[in-house]
Ligand binder design. Sequence first.
Ligand code: DQA
Length: 148
Amino acid sequence: MSCSILILNGPNLNLLGTRQPEVYGPTTLADIEAMCNAKAQALGIDVVFAQSNHEGALVDMLHAARGVHAGIVLNAGAYTHTSVALMDAISSITVPVIELHLSNIHAREAFRQTSYIAPVAVGQICGFGAAGYPLAMDAILSYIGEAQ
Ligand code: DQA
């Protein structure tokens, strides 16, 4: 079976490209998806790219990753800073999760410096803009021993 990873995006990330480009950059989520697909093809792995603005839908997608994906890259958006439900969902599955943010959340408002994802994630990548997505793919593949 070929290795599959899930790249999951939370609220408001569907508006990337037009949403506060001075913070999040000019790249759209479709551009990022294309970048991730190209990298996955080059690596010979499968990638599923998804986005939802709804906390429960993100919980459902984390649960559904069991037995399907070898690892998950999660940009939980603002739910990073609020969601015990997402933290519990990650704790409830054995699929490893890398936490990802386009912006450096540690250099922003104080409320963004708390992450409910960080304590249950393998690690965190933030501050590299859209380039963080392929970096996070490398990180999860390295963690699960699929690095090429
Ligand atoms: C974000 C950072 C979050 O604080 C914010 O709420 C987002 C995007 C990022 O990718 O930088 O929606 O996750």
